[in-house]
Every structure is written in C-alpha cells, then in structure tokens.
Design a protein around this ligand. Sequence first.
Ligand SMILES: Nc1nc2c(ncn2[C@@H]2O[C@H](COP(=O)(O)OP(=O)(O)OP(=O)(O)O)[C@@H](O)[C@H]2O)c(=O)[nH]1
Ligand SMILES: [Mg+2]
Length: 224
Amino acid sequence: MEHTVWIIIPAYHEAKTIGAVVRSIRRSGEYRIVVVDDGSTDATSRVALRAGAHVLVHVVNRGQGAALATGTAYALAHAAEYLVHFDADGQHAAETINVLLEPLFKGKAEVALGSRFLDNSTNLPPLKKWLILKPAILFTRLFSGMKVTDTHNGLRALTRHAAGRMVLAHDRMAHASEILDEISAKHISYTEVPVTVTYHTRGQGFLQGCAIIKDLFLHKLFYP
Ligand SMILES: Nc1nc2c(ncn2[C@@H]2O[C@H](COP(=O)(O)OP(=O)(O)OP(=O)(O)O)[C@@H](O)[C@H]2O)c(=O)[nH]1
Ligand SMILES: [Mg+2]
C-alpha cells in the first residue's frame, strides 16, 4: 500500500476476539495496527501482540474515548497518513476498512463515518436501535445541527490532518458525539459510508446505551 494507514483498536477484556480481529485486518491489507489495551485483566495484550499488532496498555481502565486518544497519538507519532477506528469485539468486518478509506484517498472528504442506517444489512437489537441510537441521532441533529444517520458507530476513517486537529477529551462513550462536535466546530469535511456491524448477543448493548445517553447529557450540560 502506498499510504501509511494505522488501524486503532481500543480493547477492553477482548482476549477471546482480539487475535482473530488483528489477523483478519492483516489479511485484508498492508495496515499497521495498534491495539490499546484499556486496563484489561485478561490476556488481551498478549493475544494482540502474538497476532502481530503493536500494543499499548492503560494501567487502569479509562474508557473507549481515552483508548482512541492514546492510539491516535501513537499513530500520528508513527507517520500515519490515514487512521481508522475499529472495534476489538469482532463486530466489525475487516473488508470495510478499504471502503471507508476510498473517499479519503480520492480527496472527497477528510473523515468517513460508518453508518448502520444507510442500508438494512445490520440486524440491530430493537431496544438499542429505538431507545438509544435513534434518540441519540435526533439529539445530535437538534444540538449540533449535523444530519448524520448514525452517531454512535465505532467504525470511521480519518486523514492525518483531521485526526491531528481533533481534541478527544471525553474518556468514555460520549467520544462519538465529541468527534461529531469537533467535525462541526472545525469545519472538517465528512461523508457517511454504509457498514455492516454484526450483533451476536443481546442485553449488554442496552447498558452501554444508557452510558452513552448519560455521558451525552452530562457532556452537553456541563461542558458546553
Ligand atoms: N465497554 C467498554 N469498551 C471499551 C472500553 N475501553 C475500550 N473499549 C473497546 O471499545 C470497543 C467498543 O465497545 P463495545 O462495548 O462493543 O461498544 P459498542 O460496539 O458501541 O456497543 P454494541 O453495539 O453494544 O456492541 C470494543 O473494542 C471495546 O473493547 C471500556 O472501558 N468499556
Ligand atoms: Mg461492540
């Protein structure tokens, strides 16, 4: 690959999936991969290292936003021209990386945001979809005026220039809305790309969603 692309994978207790995730990314292209082990007490780091990723470790759990910020700083310090955010839990498909990068390579946008709502390929749990994601999309539209179809999707690609200008100060789940706020405030060009996210289990998504909503409100009310 003529470009230096870094894949940033925040990982918290993902020893079961991280090895297969790293290997599938390595098979799909010449990417550099950094796994940020967010204070896991399982074998996440060891498995990621063995699969061929660079591994950074938070000594305590700081949240997905903080793990992304750590990975971003590392990638920028290691000549990244493009950066991709990718989950460690096996829900994202490695083949999507190229699709996300394409509009960036062509200079059409500085950020490509994955969306689960541009086609019907993602089988979202209904509670998560209607109680969490749809209200979050509406909330974002009202507060920041951004008309994106999916506000809390962990799959996105950024140019070095865009990633370098974004400040990710929100450690936990509200980093997704923070990224959108940064795109809007700093007039960074973006496009949405349809992606498929695989859902195997139910339940956990709902608690996660509550955390998103809580963070979102606290963030808007106390740090506007
Ligand atoms: N839950 C959680 N995930 C973290 C944390 N730090 C890093 N991560 C990683 O962030 C990624 C996304 O976490 P998920 O819990 O799957 O969140 P999600 O994909 O938005 O939610 P689902 O749609 O329910 O899967 C995974 O790769 C996690 O390993 C943390 O403190 N908590
Ligand atoms: Mg997930």
